[in-house]
Ligand binder design. Sequence first.
Ligand code: ZN
Length: 183
Amino acid sequence: MNLRIIERPSPNFDARARGVDLVVLHYTGMQDAETAMARLCDATPIAGKYPGPWQAPDIDPATPLGRASAHYVIDEAGLIYRLVAEENRAWHAGVSAWEGEGDVNSRSIGIEIVNGGHDFGLPDFTDAQIETVIALLRDILPRHGLDASRVVGHSDVAPGRKRDPGEKFPWVKLAAASVAQVR
Ligand SMILES: [Zn+2]
């Protein structure tokens, strides 16, 4: 399958300190795809541009936020946007660890799946999204010599701090397609 990828470059990346051996799946947890991609492409994010339940309503709108990004975003229609090239280190995992090693960003490819998450009623993921997640993983995993055991959720690498992609994420469907294990 030829993947159609829409380029939506983000300035939020730096150099990897090591090779890729992990894929981290997320939900965006924001209002909609455009807001999420704007945030992930914003080099100077401030609180006033991204109002939501994650911050106090009386926060000074000029308060700087941390810069964030991911390699790919998959919207509800199943379209793939590339924000950061795989050879670069995107900023999606934050404080995190896997197999006793921190800096998960250096070793992983981050995929953000557009979904409001726990802050927005925990909507279902769409079938088109999940089909695209499977197709993208079928492309990524062999190129990096990885198997299904190397696909994890943000909540796996940042337990207690992050809940995404959440309990509605259909790991069973990914496992049936041999691109992940049930988590
Ligand atoms: Zn996440």
